[in-house]
Ligand binder design. Structure first.
Ligand code: 13P
Length: 338
């Protein structure tokens, strides 16, 4: 295990003004996204779409890393350049999603566990050869009333995340550790903070027990935010304050960066929240983004599978990258959306 290499890759992904583009939608998820804009999810359409994302001019100023799905890491541009090489040549570090999705946790109805640890060491060796320098594993924690998640459901997911992270570091791959407390549900922001706190506490305790080098990893958590069906809305400042309070309590200062997921927030809200958190800085870690929908929803809406919309699709991505780059420095304002 090369500690210096892990440290330098983790830091490079979140250097000033930069964050991560999560373009690692699994086959069922990208189908859902394509369905919403009337595009058929064929292998070639998925390739065409990812080529638009990765060849957009200027994104390297604000994107330090891109997370790919297995299929995408094996694909190339129309003229035959593998996507991983295209990204590296632009100074963007390629990464790979390695969990195999969340399934029902046996004997714990309503809770999930991410699968994919069996054979992971061998898969990681191949992904390294294909150019991936970091990886991602997503654990899904749902909130339902007072009994879900259970302490065991949290512990089981934290343990799997830590086993994955240790396997990555053994092979000099930077792990992005993603425990996602879902926004689905009617819970308020306080309940989200309570659950996120318990999850982060368990995750760092397991990471420590598994001897994971905190300096050579990134954390990808949810923001502390009310559920989508909650009727008590929180202000941008309330979300930023609750999130930073929770991270300050439970994320060691040795971790180089926190790259938040957007989790179903609108693109504008995700940028606004990131901005408000950075305005509260300086923080011990870089406060950055690893957005999927909050970067791509406007791109998909502009593209709709039609070649003649290429430029507006690229414009939509460049705009979100620029605005999130500003939010990284606390320099974003809502009027810039116009
Ligand atoms: P969202 O930003 O759309 O939540 O996606 C991030 C991600 O990678 C989820 O695993």
């Amino acid at each position: 295990m090369d500690n210096d290499r892990l440290r330098s890759v983790a830091n490079a992904i979140v250097t000033r003004e930069k964050g991560v583009l999560a373009a690692d939608e699994s086959a069922p998820t990208i189908r859902k996204r394509f369905d919403s804009v009337g595009v058929e999810s064929t292998e070639e359409n998925r390739r065409r779409y990812r080529e638009i994302l990765f060849t957009t001019a200027g994104i390297e100023r604000h994107i330090g890393g891109v997370i790919l799905f297995d299929e995408t890491l094996r694909q190339s541009t129309r003229d035959g350049t593998p996507f991983a090489r295209l990204l590296s040549d632009r100074g963007i570090i390629p990464g790979i999603k390695v969990d195999k999705g969340a399934r029902e946790l046996a004997l714990y109805p309503g809770e999930k566990i991410a699968e994919g640890l069996d054979g992971l060491r061998e898969r990681l060796v191949e992904y390294r050869q294909l150019g991936a320098e970091f990886a991602k594993w997503r654990a899904v924690i749902e909130i339902d009333g007072h009994d879900i998640p259970s302490p065991f459901g949290i512990r089981a997911n934290a343990h799997a995340l830590a086993r994955y992270a240790a396997l990555c570091q053994e092979l000099d791959i930077v792990p992005i550790v993603e425990p996602e407390v879902l926004m689905d549900g009617a819970h308020g922001i306080d309940r989200c903070e309570e659950v996120t706190s318990g999850v982060l506490q368990a995750v760092f305790s397991e990471l420590d027990a598994h001897r994971v080098l905190f300096e050579g990893m990134l954390l990808k958590p949810n923001m502390v935010i009310a559920g989508k069906r909650c009727d008590r809305c929180s202000s941008v400042e309330q979300v930023a304050e609750a999130t930073i309070r929770c991270m300050t309590r439970y994320v060691p200062a040795a971790v180089p960066g926190i790259v938040f997921l957007s989790g179903g927030q609108s693109a504008e809200d995700a940028t606004d929240h990131l901005n408000a958190m950075n305005r509260m800085g300086p923080h011990p870690w870089q406060v950055s983004f690893s957005y999927g929908r909050a970067l791509q929803a406007p791109v998909l809406a502009a593209w709709k599978g039609d070649e003649s919309n290429l430029e507006s699709a690229r414009h939509a991505l460049a705009k979100r990258c620029l605005l999130n780059g500003l939010a990284r420095q606390g320099k974003y304002a809502r009027y810039m959306e116009a």
